[in-house]
Design a binder for this molecule. Structure first.
Ligand SMILES: [Zn+2]
Length: 292
């Protein structure tokens, strides 16, 4: 299958849900959802390791901090993953998940227009904060799946969401800095400030604090549950072929023969297609190869 989430470095390649499963590292469903959403998208998303983590809309490049990748990469080279390896793997997943959320926001057109607005404008500030809040929540949700094993920054991030309330904005900066979410709001509101406004004036702008409250709720209410596998789709005639499948090109993987049917995998969905349909179409040629 042609991967669209281009995990080109040896380190980042270890972060596919399939390699994590091979190592018996429990993979949170949100992590898989984000990974597959980008992997299924028509655009390519190159992934490289770089500090800090980042998503660059112009090139659609996702950067993941190398310190989050080194440990998993080493463990995989050693061909062993221990119970005690789970927290560092979780850190790598949470950091990658944060950046994948930014990329997915871009795909969905969340904050659209806002991200291209000029620096220092209210529109740009609110767009940056909107995607950051969502990314901080997704990062926390991925950590949350690690349960009691999560320590350090992951635990602080979860505690930050748990203790967060918009009304706390009246507290002193020193007090707010103790909360990981407020500390990030202060940092990002300072770096992306509207004109010459102080961070509190910025954070009181628009719906920012209620957006933060929404994301807190998302973290708290999220339950990590595996998505049920979609039932196999049987296609007996060409008219029934979905457009996505017709245009899927070399992204279809042939799986097996089943009597008069050929079974293909596309976007984690199994399609059982009658051989006459396969034989009549041109859409499958790249995928089918010598199989038909
Ligand atoms: Zn971010």
């Amino acid at each position: 299958m042609q991967r669209r989430l281009l995990l080109d470095s040896d380190d980042s390649r270890q972060l596919t849900p399939a390699s994590l499963a091979e190592l018996e590292i429990p993979t949170p469903q949100l992590y898989k959802d984000l990974f597959y959403a980008l992997d299924d998208h028509d655009a390519n998303f190159p992934v490289k390791s770089d500090t800090p983590g980042n998503f660059e809309p112009a090139t659609k490049t996702i950067s993941v901090p190398p310190y989050g990748l080194e440990y998993p990469a080493k463990r995989i080279r050693d061909k062993a993953a221990l119970e005690s390896d789970r927290p560092p793997f979780h850190t790598a997943m949470a950091q990658f998940g944060h950046e994948m959320q930014h990329a997915y926001d871009y795909v969905l057109g969340n904050s659209k227009g806002g991200m291209e607005a000029s620096a220092g404008s209210e529109t740009k500030y609110l767009a940056v904060m909107d995607t950051e809040l969502r990314a901080w929540a997704s990062e926390a949700i991925i950590y949350k799946a690690g349960g009691e094993t999560i320590q350090g920054p992951g635990k602080e991030l979860l505690a930050g969401w748990s203790d967060f309330s918009p009304a706390q904005i009246d507290r002193t900066d020193a007090e707010l800095q103790k909360n990981a979410i407020w500390a990030r709001i202060i940092k990002y509101s300072t770096a992306n400030k509207i004109g010459q406004h102080d961070w509190k004036t910025c954070a009181r702008t628009g719906d920012l604090l209620s957006r933060a409250a929404e994301e807190k709720k998302r973290v708290e209410e999220h339950v990590d549950a595996p998505r049920p596998t979609a039932p196999e789709v049987t296609i007996d005639n060409a008219q029934a072929l979905p457009d996505a499948l017709k245009n899927a090109g070399n992204r279809i993987t042939k799986v097996e023969r089943a009597g008069d049917y050929r079974v293909y995998l596309f976007r984690r969905q199994r399609y059982k297609i009658h051989k006459d349909v396969v034989g009549a179409g041109t859409w499958f040629e790249q995928a089918a190869g010598s199989f038909v």
